[in-house]
Write a protein that binds this ligand. Structure first.
Ligand code: ADP
Length: 358
């Protein structure tokens, strides 16, 4: 039979192995979340690989350091203390503000190992899910706002017609015209939203082919000619007759239409829109250059976001759903390519669509 001192030594060894040895370490390493075990003196007793990746700092070994040195957050410190003092579970939220902000929901449980109390915290990383939720809310609020504006206008004009304007021969057609324009705007918005969501959810497949680019640019120019004429914008097709881009024809036309439409809309009166093509090794680059107002460099990363517009007030005047560039960005990605921008404020912008060749 083992003597009590033998048992004590065995237990101490077992405890040591439980905390820092392979059993406990293997269990916590198998967890997807960061795990931080803290002892009674609020020093870190063990961490898993995820915690090492998330909280390691140069010159600071996690194990053995004070929790308050590893993660400087008063509520987290309090939550661990509460668990250790009262032998109860606690929950706390942690936000880490850095270049790459993080949010965690942390659940802390007391853990008794051979008479010694520890607190084990599991850090659920909720950053992604919270960002998605913020995006969902922003999308909903943008969408309702975008739909409400034309809808309010439709309702107001219908009411005016009902109140007698229907017999006003001079104005009734004009009011109907406004109703139609607003209904078309809502229609365009819904189509773009559905289009974007099917591209994003992977439901759009592309069939790339060699496309005669010069002809396609001529067709897009033709479709947009009355819009360009209204503002006296010159459309210049600089693509050579033998150039071919490699893309899904319908999707390429859609991307060109969005980019050329913008180049007309955001141009100065009597400006020009030029489309050119260059092959740079395995990539074909289509450049759409305008002589318009340009885009501030701080705005450039934002213009591809859904509903983002540099000047919201102008939308009413010149139209557009605020989704065109988001659609172009996703379609370019679907082709294994990308869309880039260079712009000089006050003198013009070039959007370049880069499409890899097979
Ligand atoms: P929309 O054109 O419907 O407003 P887009 O997603 O196509 O939406 O464009 C987003 C925003 O980017 C525009 O509202 C405008 O502020 C800016 N933008 C796009 N193209 C140009 C351009 N060629 N010149 C200047 N600004 C542009």
């Amino acid at each position: 039979m083992r003597s009590p001192s033998h048992i004590g030594a065995f237990q101490a060894g077992y405890r040591q192995q439980m905390i820092s040895g392979s059993i406990f370490q293997s269990i916590i390493n198998a967890t997807r979340e960061a795990v931080v075990l803290v002892d009674r003196s609020l020093r870190v007793a063990a961490v898993n690989n995820h915690a090492l990746a998330a909280f390691s700092r140069e010159n600071l070994p996690l194990v053995g350091s004070r929790l308050s040195e590893v993660i400087r957050d008063a509520s987290l410190h309090e939550a661990y203390s509460r668990t250790l003092e009262n032998n109860i579970a606690s929950d706390v939220r942690l936000e880490i503000i850095s270049a790459e902000p993080k949010a965690y929901d942390i659940h802390i449980e007391p853990l008794e190992v051979e008479g010694s109390l520890y607190a084990v915290g599991v850090f659920y990383d909720v950053t992604k899910i919270e960002n998605l939720e913020k995006m969902r809310q922003a999308l909903l609020s943008n969408l309702s706002h975008e739909l409400r504006t034309p809808l309010t206008s439709i309702l107001a004009y219908v009411e005016t017609l009902e109140d007698g304007a229907i017999d006003d021969r001079e104005n009734n057609r004009r009011f109907l015209g406004t109703i139609r324009r607003n209904a078309e705007r809502m229609h365009e918005l819904i189509s773009d939203i559905l289009e974007l969501s099917s591209i994003e959810s992977g439901n759009v497949s592309i069939e790339p082919k060699h496309v005669r680019l010069k002809n396609m640019v001529d067709e897009v120019f033709e479709d947009l000619s009355s819009k360009a004429a209204e503002r006296d914008i010159g459309l210049i097709n600089d693509v050579s007759a033998d150039s071919s881009a490699y893309a899904d024809p319908m999707r390429l036309e859609q991307m060109l239409t969005n980019l050329i439409d913008n180049a007309i809309k955001f141009n100065r009166p009597a400006g020009t829109v030029t489309v050119g093509f260059q092959e740079n090794g395995p990539v074909g680059s289509i450049a759409i250059t305008d002589t318009g107002e340009g885009i501030m460099s701080s705005q450039i990363p934002r213009i591809f976001e859904r509903f983002y517009r540099v000047d919201r007030g102008r939308t009413r005047e010149i139209g557009g759903t605020g989704l065109g560039l988001a659609i172009v960005k996703h379609l370019a990605r679907l082709h294994g390519g990308r869309v880039t921008v260079s712009s000089v404020l006050g003198s013009g912008t070039t959007f370049t669509l880069e499409l890899p060749k097979p």
